[in-house]
Ligand binder design. Structure first.
Ligand code: FAD
Length: 587
């Protein structure tokens, strides 16, 4: 097929923190790297990260990466792979210093060291007192990191394809990754990017839900591309609901607000978390706090005329703390709620936030998937990092401040492993034309216009369905009904058409393609959640309220073909230290 083609050593799909940190390792080593992003790189969702990134620097209180590791294993309700967790927590310290040397403008303590704040689930001495581990640039940490990485990539001469949309991955008959078909959003022209290695760094899929902290662009494209390429998605039933979304709107109030001393209150003026987490209270892990708020509201202790939220109080912290440490939160509250958090409480309710699951990888960022008829193996030339990947360091529930860490550590690790792969595989392989044609067929389907339901209306319906059938609390009947409704909705999506106006914008085509991606991921999430008959981390089954290590301490793998679920064991053995055996999780 005569398509325009460009050739690079590495194609990186996604210009968030994961993609850019990988690109920097590669470009600085002289590799020819292309980064494709559907939005201008500094608009990638990493820019929205507020509270900070965890590293046991010990700038305020003594700290140790081993304590960080313990907290992460426990926070993930023992589903995380302990080798990857050890690697991440050890690497956290040099990673943050590397960022500092790249020029990230961290906030500072009076003695000049990087500012650190307390975050949920972080303790000292293996479950003791609260740790102060989260390195922050006020409440705009992601903004500071993303802009710095972008500038460093410009210096290193990384090639950017801004506002290009990746349609599908290309693999040959032997399963080797060969690049991707992408679409220029401005012109609508397809482009073939051929590469010896491909890194998927496309971020999360929070647009599966109606009320979400995630931007419109977070449609899980990379995960869905992998599903179509025959690669399963791991642990997607574990989806985090952040406790403090602005009620009814979803925008995030960072956990850093509670780290600075904020607390949650119910309609009777009680500090509600004392009931659910007597020790850690408002800094218990997110799944615990989200469920506590949902229970308060369900039992009639919610605030407001409809009793549908609780209050987050920061007014006792004083003007100076709010202005210096939480300026972005203050702006957000003024803009969307017309209130000043230095004086007024903020109405909050749990909101969809973060996918713990994703494309299965090892700690070098290499995608690992079961071979067609055999055991799990590395997919040659294919890498994934960031929120779209599942290493798995977050297990069943991510701790705040660990995602920025994940994207940076594993973005860098992937970059380094790719260099080794490039050295061992110096030649491009021929592009498989059949794979190109399959990807083109996806594009062509949305060139047909005419009568039919609009993708936008169907996306709204999908988001409501997910909220109703796969939210904070789940049970068999609700999810079984959700699966039935989803099947019907997917059939309608297959028949949907762009409306027959004389002009159809490319963005409308892309939203339609994104809807297909979301529909596949919705199926993965509900299928796996329905199958997992236990409660663990963010997956809370009313009908199976206990964690069941005997039957369910295993990762799920969802395959699109046949909507099949398989399982694989959790890697409980760390790299150099003793493993942390599962214990009852209390805060
Ligand atoms: C409001 C908010 C606050 C947060 N605060 C924190 C925090 O304080 N600490 C913390 O640790 N974590 C935080 N998180 C989580 C963390 O920010 C994200 O998990 C992380 O930044 C994701 O980074 P990423 O590189 O994986 O993806 P992203 O930054 O989301 O980047 C994805 C990239 O992929 C591109 N892309 C996607 N699909 C396509 C496609 N089809 N074609 C081409 N390009 C594509 C996008 O354009 C983008 O460049 C927060 C999240 C939110 C929503």
């Amino acid at each position: 097929m005569a398509l325009p083609r460009r050739r690079f050593d590495t194609l990186i799909i996604g210009a968030g923190g994961a993609g850019l940190n990988a690109a920097l390792q590669l470009a600085d080593s002289g590799a020819r790297v292309a980064v494709v992003s559907k939005v201008f790189p500094t608009r990638s969702h990493t820019v929205a990260a507020q509270g900070g990134v965890n590293a046991a620097l010990g700038n305020k209180l003594p700290d140790d990466w081993h304590w960080h590791m313990f907290d992460t294993v426990k926070g993930g309700d023992y589903l995380g792979d302990q080798d990857a967790i050890e690697f991440m927590c050890r690497e956290a310290v040099p990673t943050v210093y590397e960022l500092e040397h790249h020029g990230v403008p961290f906030s500072r303590f009076a003695d000049g060291r990087i500012y650190q704040r307390p975050f949920g689930g972080m303790t000292r001495d293996f479950g003791g007192e609260q740790a102060t581990r989260t390195c922050a640039a006020a409440d705009r940490t992601g903004h500071a990191i993303l802009h710095t990485l972008y500038q460093q990539n410009l210096r290193a001469r990384t090639h950017f394809f801004d506002e290009y949309w990746a349609v599908d991955l290309l693999r040959d008959e032997e399963g080797v990754a060969l690049g991707a078909l992408v679409l220029c959003i401005e012109t609508g022209e397809p482009l073939l990017v051929e590469a010896r290695t491909t890194l998927v760094a496309t971020g999360g899929c929070g647009q599966l839900f109606r009320t979400t902290t995630n931007a419109h662009i977070n449609t899980g494209d990379g995960m869905a591309m992998c599903l179509r390429a025959g690669i399963p998605i791991q642990d997607l039933e574990f989806f985090q609901f952040h406790p403090t979304g602005i009620a009814g709107k979803g925008m995030l109030i960072t956990e850093g607000a509670r780290g600075e001393g904020g607390y949650l209150e119910n309609k009777d003026g009680e500090r509600l978390m004392a009931r659910y987490a007597p020790h850690a209270k408002d800094l218990a892990s997110r799944d615990v706090v989200s469920r506590a708020i949902a229970v308060e509201v369900r039992e009639g202790r919610g605030c407001g005329p409809d009793g549908d939220h609780v209050l987050l109080r920061l007014d006792h912290l004083g003007e100076r703390v709010v202005a210096e440490r939480l300026p972005g939160i203050r702006d957000l509250c003024r803009t969307f709620l017309h209130l000043d958090p230095a004086r007024d409480p903020i109405p909050v309710f749990p909101t969809a936030h973060y996918a713990m699951g994703g494309i299965p990888t090892d700690r070098f960022g290499r995608v690992v998937a079961p071979a067609r008829h055999g055991p799990e193996e590395v997919v040659p030339g294919l890498y994934a990092a960031g929120e779209c990947a599942c290493v798995s360091v977050h297990g069943a529930n991510r701790l705040g401040g660990n995602s920025l860490l994940d994207i940076l550590v594993f973005g860098r690790a992937a970059g380094r492993d790719i260099l080794a792969f490039l050295e061992a595989n110096p030649h491009h392989r021929p592009t498989e034309e059949a794979a190109v044609e399959r990807a083109m067929a996806r594009l062509e389907r949305w060139e047909r216009k005419g009568e039919g339901e609009s993708p936008q209306a169907l996306r709204d319906e999908l988001q409501r369905l997910m909220e109703d059938h796969c939210g904070v609390f789940r049970d068999r009947a609700t999810m079984a009904e959700g699966l039935q409704r989803l099947e019907a909705l997917r059939a309608r999506i297959a028949e949907a058409r762009l409306q027959d106006h004389s002009r159809v914008f490319n963005t409308a085509r892309i939203e339609a393609l994104e809807l297909e991606n979301l529909a596949d991921l919705a199926l993965a999430m509900v299928t796996c959640a329905h199958a997992r008959e236990e409660s663990r981390g963010a997956h809370s089954r009313v009908d199976f309220p206990e964690r069941d290590d005997r039957n369910w301490m295993k990762h799920s793998l969802f395959f699109l073909e046949g909507a099949r679920v398989d399982y694989k064991p959790v890697r409980t053995r760390p790299l150099t230290v003793e493993s942390f055996p599962p214990k009852k999780r209390v805060y």
